[in-house]
Every structure is written in structure tokens, then in C-alpha cells.
Ligand binder design. Structure first.
Ligand code: ZN
Ligand code: ZN
Length: 183
């Protein structure tokens, strides 16, 4: 990263790319530093690649995820919606768009907005749902079977019981609330 910054300069897009990768690697061990780097990278990408670049969307998504982790739900939502707008505009990014919809679903549900979380995950149709256990994130087609909704909140979907149990323990139990009218 430092070598790129020295040879290419701090505002070169390639410097931003390697900083982005460095920030991703730090996201568990040092989330504050990862967040600072992502903000720096976002400013450079906005200035050099523009507000509709796929690469800018990747940084919006990473920053949104970090903000979600530390409970800054309002700003997380803003960042993830910016990522979603970029990703949904491109058919080739449809799996990444589904990942962002799932992240937004988590943010909305953490804010008590369960019905909106459900709508967000469903907004490109049932065929576009992915498994809400982040290490899996399979579509129904990849999983080879329809995804099944959480029976209690009806706002998240999983490819099977293992993923449902794993995500329940990791996060969903803190945000799942019974929802009238869910299917
Ligand atoms: Zn639930
Ligand atoms: Zn799964």
C-alpha cells in the first residue's frame, strides 16, 4: 500500500484500490482504522472514478458494513443505499446487489423496521433472494432448493437449517421479532 502511495501518489485510483484491500483485511482486527481508510478511499474514488463506478460501490458497501457493525445504523443505511443504487443499475452486479440488500435488511431490522427489511430483501423478487447467513450468501439456484423464511419474523431467508442456526447465534436472535402477516 505504502509503495503504491509513494510511486503513484495518494490520489491515484490504484492507490485507492490497494488501500481498499488493506482496509478489508483490517475490518475485524482494527475496525476503526479500516473505517478511516475506507472513508479516505471513498473520497478518492468519488473524485477520480465517480459516483456511479462499481469500485465506488464496493467501498460504499464495505463502509456501510463496518458502520452497521458498530451500530451507526443511520449512516450505514446511507452508505448501503448508495452501494445498492450503483449495483442494481448493472445486471452483472446482481449477486453483489443481493448482498447489499441483505446488509440493508440487517440494518433496517436492527432499527426495528422489520417490514422494511422484508421488502428490501424481496424488492427484486423471490428469485433474487440470497441466504442471509453471510458466509454462505447462496441464491436458491446455487443452493439447488428454494430458500426458506425465518418463521418468526418472515424477513430473512436461508438455504437450510445449518445456515439458519449459524446466523441466529451470530446475529439474527438480537433483531428477530414476530411480525403479523409475514409468510
Ligand atoms: Zn427472524
Ligand atoms: Zn446458506
Amino acid at each position: 500500500m505504502e509503495r503504491d502511495e509513494r510511486t503513484l501518489g495518494p490520489r491515484h485510483p490504484a492507490t485507492a484500490m490497494s488501500k481498499h484491500n488493506y482496509a478489508e483485511a483490517l475490518s475485524d482486527s482494527n475496525p476503526q482504522e479500516a473505517e478511516r481508510l475506507h472513508r479516505e478511499v471513498l473520497a478518492v474514488k468519488l473524485a477520480t472514478l465517480g459516483a456511479s463506478s462499481v469500485s465506488t460501490g464496493t467501498t460504499y458497501n464495505s463502509l456501510g458494513r463496518l458502520l452497521k457493525q458498530r451500530g451507526a445504523l443511520e449512516e450505514a443505511e446511507t452508505m448501503l443505499r448508495a452501494a445498492l443504487q450503483i449495483r442494481e443499475a448493472r445486471p452483472a452486479e446482481s449477486h453483489d446487489a443481493a448482498i447489499t440488500r441483505d446488509e440493508l435488511g440487517c440494518v433496517l431490522q436492527a432499527a426495528g423496521r422489520t417490514a422494511e427489511a422484508r421488502e428490501m430483501r424481496l424488492r427484486r423478487g423471490r428469485d433474487s433472494l440470497i441466504c442471509s447467513n453471510p458466509p454462505c450468501s447462496k441464491s436458491a439456484r446455487q443452493a439447488g432448493a428454494p430458500l426458506k423464511a425465518c418463521a418468526r419474523c418472515g424477513a430473512v431467508w436461508y438455504c437450510g437449517r445449518d445456515c439458519q442456526h449459524a446466523d441466529w447465534a451470530a446475529s439474527h436472535k438480537r433483531v428477530c421479532t414476530a411480525q403479523a402477516g409475514a409468510d
